[in-house]
Design a binder for this molecule. Structure first.
Ligand SMILES: Nc1nc2c(ncn2[C@@H]2O[C@H](COP(=O)(O)OP(=O)(O)OP(=O)(O)O)[C@@H](O)[C@H]2O)c(=O)[nH]1
Length: 328
């Protein structure tokens, strides 16, 4: 049986950052990793071979696979490539999206007629953002569910958090999930690689005795959470962008769960990546080169109860840019 570890955690809590580290770790050389998009983890310079549209082989030996649609389909694809001898792996790590409730994936592993004879639950790792988690668990059911589902919790951004707040956060975490071990920062890679050994305690079986799954609400929809993306054809003025973003977050930060972007800045050859979670903006990153695809600026927001069109209009007006398009 192949053990499957689920990597979950609220939006922007550091899942991708952790995966980037894991992908180059020798302990992961025989792992297959399911991610939402290759682009997110910037695989280019780690890439050895492309196996099919959705599966690539990394220099470290690790397999990377994108999930387009159902996790079950991606796992079936991996399994059939493995059966045909085209790839080999001894464990799987699945990165879930930041709003996902981990249970449906666990249920799939348990109940899928084919998958359940090849894969077993190897545990849930939840990244918890030391800066934002206290607020998230108060307001967001998913954040609580993800913590509750964890076998191990990885505290991220402890370098950004007030040290004095960490004990209170740990206490909150242990109220929600007393059994999960909490590890921090640099211990995380070792802990995770070690964590992936097959001797994990199983999760409680939630399949009802009659074989039906528990009902899950689409929290995303229920809470009015929308993802919104816009592209900008013209070059962006960095100073203006900074002011606009500051004003936006000041006014609406509570309702902006996540934003990410790549910007073509006036007077700069290389693109600049920007990220943030609610009121927190991370240091911008000057990227080595543009990812594949058109070289236009792109901003993605995850909003709760905010009209995307309002953001597009405000950006366009403030920046004096005409070619700002909302994209689906
Ligand atoms: N200072 C600091 N920044 C971190 C840490 N972990 C993650 N970040 C930053 O936090 C931002 C979000 O991290 P990601 O790894 O993209 O988070 P994610 O959980 O994959 O985000 P989504 O996929 O959007 O849900 C990035 O700008 C990271 O560089 C950390 O431990 N310390």
């Amino acid at each position: 049986m192949i053990s499957v570890t689920l990597l979950t955690g609220f939006l922007g809590s550091g899942k991708t950052t952790l995966l980037q580290r894991l992908l180059t770790d020798p302990g992961m050389a025989r792992a297959a990793v399911l991610i939402n998009e290759f682009g997110e983890v910037g695989l280019d310079h780690h890439l050895l071979d492309r196996i099919d549209d959705n599966v690539v082989l990394m220099k470290s030996g690790c397999i990377c696979c994108t999930v387009r649609g159902e996790v079950a389909d991606a796992l079936m694809n991996l399994q059939s490539l493995r059966t045909r001898g085209e790839i080999d792996f001894d464990r799987v790590v699945i990165e879930t999206t930041g709003l996902a409730d981990p249970y449906p994936v666990l249920q799939t592993l348990r109940a899928h007629p084919v998958l359940r004879s090849h894969f077993e639950n190897g545990g849930v790792l939840t990244t918890v953002d030391a800066v934002n988690a206290a607020r998230q668990v108060e307001h967001r059911a998913e954040a609580v569910r993800q913590i509750a589902a964890a076998d191990r919790i990885i505290l991220t951004k402890t370098d950004l958090a007030q040290e004095a707040e960490i004990p209170a956060l740990r206490a909150t975490l242990s109220r929600i999930n007393p059994s999960a071990r909490v590890v921090t920062g640099s211990d995380a890679t070792d802990a995770i690689v070690g964590r992936l050994d097959p001797s994990l305690p199983p999760l409680p079986d939630e399949t009802e005795p009659d074989g039906h799954h528990r009902h899950h609400h689409n929290l995303n929809e229920d809470l009015g959470v929308v993802t919104f993306s816009m592209t900008i054809e013209e070059r962006v003025d960095w100073t203006d962008f900074g002011i606009w973003l500051t004003l936006l977050l000041h006014r609406h930060g509570d309702r902006i769960f996540r934003f990410k972007g790549i910007l073509a800045i006036e007077g700069e050859d290389r693109p600049v990546a920007v990220h943030g979670v609610q009121h927190l903006v991370h240091a911008p990153v000057h990227m080595e080169h543009w990812p594949d695809g058109p070289r236009v600026s792109r901003l993605v927001f995850i909003l709760e109860g905010l009209d995307p069109e309002q953001i597009r209009r405000s950006f366009s007006a403030f920046m004096g840019l005409k070619q700002v398009k909302a994209v689906a």
